[in-house]
Ligand binder design. Structure first.
Ligand SMILES: [Zn+2]
Ligand SMILES: [Zn+2]
Length: 417
């Protein structure tokens, strides 16, 4: 047989194709990195567990915890209670700056082959934010955000911003975050054996909902929450910009910034700057020397008074402003606050609140007076009592009767069961 050497045969590439490394767990995309609404690591791990169709406690115990455990006893990974394998304190600190948070992120990065999960915690700010008063112990959420995400078929998750103790309101809706389930009236931790973003840990109720439309025409509510809005915006900016830092801001950023502000505003006089910022003299000297650093609520107050962002302060970027200008800004703010506290009780607000209180008496699951106050944008129930003592008493009584009845029904069910 004659072979035609000019004919091109089918070419076989015998080299093995390059297969990218496989991850043990799904390479799930975190939500909102680089935005104020970046997801929290506790929300991420809950969604990851859901994607694997296992309870989050099982995923943590079986995959993540064992990476740090020296024991070979496989039984310990299947305890029904997550607290037995991980510890309640550490579970609550996972979104923060702790060593456990660092280990948790490292394990999840390894298992998912991601390299960006640290931005779902406060680890970028570990050197400059003390853990004291940093994170909430109970989970908090914005019902309107959850509802809007569900209505528009978006992924339901929990932003890191909601886990910060200083953040009281939703940045998007300017309404107080909720921390009591409307169904079972209980609080719960941000992560547990069966956590699912958007649902109550205790009774599995959907946590989304719309705020009462009754108060939509009360613009003064947002005005009275000026400080809360500033805090949520400042911390939202902090979370969104974490991704831009090549290295974490060092601890001495704070005393460097204090020195620069003292030079600019009070000719280097630290005590005078401390007085202007209304900080205890000795405490301020310690901050200036770098022996201690302010906790987050103190840092927020300093930045607010200096009319600068928290991110700029921690980057030692000094706001070019004079003491006179700052004093004028401070007086305008206090005038606005005084004004808003007067208009807050305008006739229109009072009528709208009274109507909402009347409506609450007909709700299937009656809210407590405190829950109703939060829902309506108040910080405590006192204004409701002030507006209508009789309605407030009726709401209280209805909530108490409902809770008693519920306990009796639960008791009877247990007894029958
Ligand atoms: Zn919201
Ligand atoms: Zn519940």
């Amino acid at each position: 047989m004659k072979v035609d050497v000019n004919q091109t045969d089918e070419l076989w590439d015998l080299e093995r194709p390059k297969i990218p490394p496989r991850s043990s767990l799904f390479h799930l995309e975190p939500i909102g990195i680089g935005t104020p609404y970046v997801e929290s690591i506790t929300s991420y791990v809950a969604r990851l567990a859901e994607a694997h169709s296992v309870a989050v406690g099982t995923l943590i115990a079986a995959e993540i915890h064992k990476k740090f455990s020296k024991s070979d006893d496989i039984q310990q990974y299947y305890y029904p209670s997550l607290v037995k394998v991980y510890g309640q304190y550490y579970i609550k600190s996972l979104n923060g700056t702790s060593v456990k948070a660092k280990q948790f992120v490292a394990a999840l990065n390894q298992l998912t082959l991601r390299d960006d999960l640290e931005f779902l915690t406060l680890l970028t700010w570990a050197e400059v934010l003390p853990s004291q008063e940093l994170l909430r112990t109970d989970f908090a959420w914005c019902p309107q955000c959850y509802q809007e995400w569900r209505d528009s078929s978006k992924v339901i998750y929990s932003p890191l911003l909601w886990s910060l103790q200083s953040v009281n309101i939703c940045l998007e809706h300017h309404r107080p975050l909720q921390s009591i389930c409307p169904q079972c009236h209980q609080k719960f931790v941000p992560l547990w054996q069966t956590t699912r973003p958007g649902y109550c840990l205790k009774c599995d109720a959907w946590l989304g909902g719309h705020y009462s439309s009754v108060l939509q025409h009360c613009p003064n509510i947002a005005q009275s929450l000026e400080w809360d809005i500033w805090v949520a915006s400042a911390l939202g900016e902090l979370l969104s910009k974490a991704v831009l830092f090549n290295s974490i801001p060092p601890r001495d950023s704070i005393n460097k910034a204090i020195k620069l502000y003292a030079n600019q505003l009070t000719n280097g006089n630290i005590s005078a700057l401390g007085r202007f910022l209304r900080v205890n003299h000795y405490k301020f000297l310690h901050w200036h020397q770098g022996s201690t650093i302010p906790i987050i609520s103190e840092l927020l107050k300093i930045c607010y008074t200096l009319s600068t962002s928290v991110v700029d302060f921690l980057q030692v970027k000094v706001n070019q402003i004079t003491l006179d200008k700052l004093a004028i800004l401070a007086s305008k703010t206090s005038q606005r606050r005084r004004k808003s506290s007067v208009t807050y009780s305008s006739r229109q607000d009072i009528e709208a609140t009274r109507a909402a209180m009347q409506q609450a008496l007909f709700e299937e699951h009656p809210p407590t007076l405190t829950q109703l106050a939060y829902r309506l944008g108040y910080k405590s129930y006192s204004p409701l009592t002030h507006i209508s003592k009789s309605l407030a008493t009726a709401i209280k009584k209805r909530a108490t009767d409902y809770a008693t009845l519920k306990r009796q029904v639960q008791g009877a069910t247990r007894w029958l069961g």
